[in-house]
Design a protein around this ligand. Structure first.
Ligand SMILES: Cc1cc2nc3c(=O)[nH]c(=O)nc-3n(C[C@H](O)[C@H](O)[C@H](O)COP(=O)(O)OP(=O)(O)OC[C@H]3O[C@@H](n4cnc5c(N)ncnc54)[C@H](O)[C@@H]3O)c2cc1C
Length: 220
């Protein structure tokens, strides 16, 4: 009898796991994982998956667990993932930068593919032209901090922090340690939606002073 109960429980648990993500989503995850080795996670228990899925400003969005998480480290890896997704038009996916949007399914996706640009973050500055080249991912801290060290200000997000929080506040995000669960305004979403900075009264929106946005991820 005990054996029968445990067999039934196993069957129910297995059904719950397999019923969530579609077979084409799982196939897309496998294919992306083969094309972008060591940059795809499906286990809820992995550090990268846990940290990324819990790094949304809105706590409600943390409930949307993707079938797999992709953390590309280059434009080539992004292209490889998007190319595969194009083969699976029924597979839902979302792109995440800082995770500051409160809207469901914008940068979060339940049972779909989540591409986070977390590892595509950072900035370089050319003193001569006074142009900062900002990578599309991560949070404004990844940009404001390094530029601040060079005495340069940028029309970036208003919610940021120049010094990391104590270790207990959460897992690592971007290039700043331990600000994870708090979540700071991201580079990608902020630039695409306009971007109101403390400097906007003088210099306009971030989008007004950006002349190229590289890494805009869309299916087509
Ligand atoms: C507490 C708080 C403070 C805020 N302060 C400011 C502020 O000072 N100034 C201001 O202008 N706004 C502010 N906002 C609004 C915020 O800028 C927007 O919500 C913005 O979209 C967040 O960007 P993100 O990268 O963190 O968002 P995410 O949630 O990661 O992304 C937002 C949207 O952009 C898309 N996206 C991100 N990166 C890419 C990419 N590379 N290619 C294609 N799509 C992409 C996502 O798919 C999603 O649809 C604030 C919001 C909150 C909650």
């Amino acid at each position: 009898m005990l054996l029968l109960v445990s067999v039934c429980l196993t069957a129910i648990i297995a059904a719950r796991v397999t019923a969530t993500a579609s077979s084409s989503t799982m196939a897309a995850c496998r294919e992306i994982s083969a094309a972008v080795p060591d940059r795809v996670w499906s286990s809820h228990l992995s550090k990268n998956y846990y940290s990324e899925v819990n790094s949304y400003w809105s706590t409600a969005l943390r409930d949307a667990k993707p079938a797999c998480l992709v953390l590309p480290q280059s434009a080539v890896e992004v292209a490889a993932a998007v190319k595969i997704l194009n083969k699976y038009p029924d597979v839902q996916f979302a792109v995440k930068s800082g995770g500051h949007t409160p809207n469901e399914r914008h940068s979060s996706i339940k049972d779909g593919v989540l591409i986070s640009t977390r590892d595509l973050s950072g900035v370089t500055y050319d003193e001569e032209t006074q142009i900062a080249s900002v990578k599309p991912g991560g949070e404004w801290n990844d940009v404001i901090g390094p530029l601040g060290e060079q005495g340069v200000a940028i029309v970036g997000g208003r919610l940021g922090m120049l010094s990391p929080l104590p270790a207990w506040t959460g897992p690592r995000r971007g290039n700043v340690s331990n600000v994870g669960l708090l979540g700071l305004v991201g580079v990608g979403g902020y630039l695409l939606q306009g971007g109101i900075s403390f400097l906007s009264a003088q210099y306009g929106l971030a989008a007004d002073v950006s002349f190229a946005v590289a890494g805009n991820l869309s299916r087509h």
